[in-house]
Design a protein around this ligand. Structure first.
Ligand code: ASP
Length: 338
């Protein structure tokens, strides 16, 4: 009899899902095999591999590179991959994997939990089950599965510190969700993302010398210049509303212009979680646009900062980065106006 079960690889990296109590607080301590044991039998052939055992606060570009390499190298022979990961930086990892693994040829689903798998009322079993189902049925792509929703990874933001509904897909509906009767997954039309890459490519070159600044009334633009003097090669500004920046008294617009004249890209995102940046609407946005600020459109800040790191890693110059931000690489941004 032939084995028709889908083959799934579980790569575990730590996080609350794998955490155990210690004198120092919760620390990752459970292996992928232990997670599977607690979960119980699944209708898939699952292989577990522990690749990291970290609280995701410690996951940085070096770990992104390692996770991307593991996915790239191990993916053959599997129908899908689940990456168990801490929730705190999961949206950043998912966004960066989107850029590092363009043209990914199988579903890669990140998941985690707010409560450790070991706790009786944990959200981990449900999240893992949905992640496996997504890895078995979704189209190729990088996703986050959480609280019964499967979302495009590069659209996700962590919005809760403890609640189970911890992730939201921003400016894009979830690509799939568990049906209300709980027995199936309903896929939506936005699951498919065309890619320029006919085959999966691994490109882990990133430049982490970027900064992300949330604007607030009274921010001294000299701080922005100080960052550049300290070696910053690109800045994401979380500006106000549609992307406005102050020019009165403390001239943020002028500081942004001076930085851009040095060839350093400044991406204007919004502090608002939903909807898009539009620098053309208000004078305060237009001024920044005239100075050369690049609109982050409807991207999350997580996506914008990882896209910028990746672009700088490719040694793109200012104009190439501008063009790159005018392109949708894997569903992270809406280019055409709705
Ligand atoms: N601090 C944990 C982590 O990100 C939180 C979690 O996993 O929910 O690793």
């Amino acid at each position: 009899m032939t084995n028709t079960k889908k083959k799934i690889l579980l790569l575990s990296t730590g996080g609350t899902i794998a955490s155990v109590a210690s004198e120092e607080g919760l620390v990752p301590g459970q292996s992928g095999a232990e997670l599977l044991h607690t979960l119980g039998g699944q209708p898939y052939e699952i292989t577990a591999k522990d690749i990291l055992s970290l609280d995701s606060s410690n996951i940085q570009p070096e770990e992104w590179t390692y996770i991307a390499e593991q996915i790239y190298q191990l993916r053959r022979g599997y129908d899908g991959i689940v990456v168990s990961h801490g929730t705190d930086t999961m949206a950043y990892t998912a966004s960066m994997l989107t850029f590092m693994l363009q043209g990914i040829d199988l579903p890669v689903v990140l998941t985690g939990s707010q409560v450790p798998m070991q706790a009786i009322l944990s959200d981990a079993p449900d999240n893992l089950r949905v992640a496996f189902a997504a890895a078995a049925t979704c189209k190729p792509g990088i996703y986050i599965a959480f609280n019964r929703q499967i979302m495009r990874g590069c659209r996700c933001v962590k919005i809760r510190t403890t609640g189970f509904d911890a992730f939201k897909s921003i400016n894009m509906d979830p690509v799939a969700q568990v049906t209300s009767d709980g027995i199936d997954i309903k896929h939506s039309a936005n699951e498919y993302v065309p890619s320029e890459h006919a085959i999966c490519t691994l490109n882990t070159k990133v430049n982490p010398h970027v900064a992300m600044v949330k604007l607030f009334p009274g921010f001294d633009p000299a701080m922005l210049k100080a960052m550049v003097n300290a070696g910053c090669k690109g800045i994401v500004v979380e500006a106000y509303g549609l992307g406005g920046m102050n020019y009165m008294r403390r001239n943020m617009v002028k500081a942004v212009g001076e930085i851009i004249k040095q060839g350093i890209p400044v991406i204007a995102c919004s502090q608002c979680l939903y909807e898009r940046t539009d620098l053309t609407k208000y004078e305060v946005g237009r001024a920044a646009l005239l100075e050369g600020a690049i609109s982050g459109r409807d991207m999350t800040s997580e996506s914008a900062v990882t896209k910028l790191m990746w672009a700088l890693g490719q040694e793109m110059d200012l104009e190439e980065i501008r063009a790159f931000f005018n392109k949708d690489i894997a569903g992270e941004v809406t280019i055409a106006r709705p």
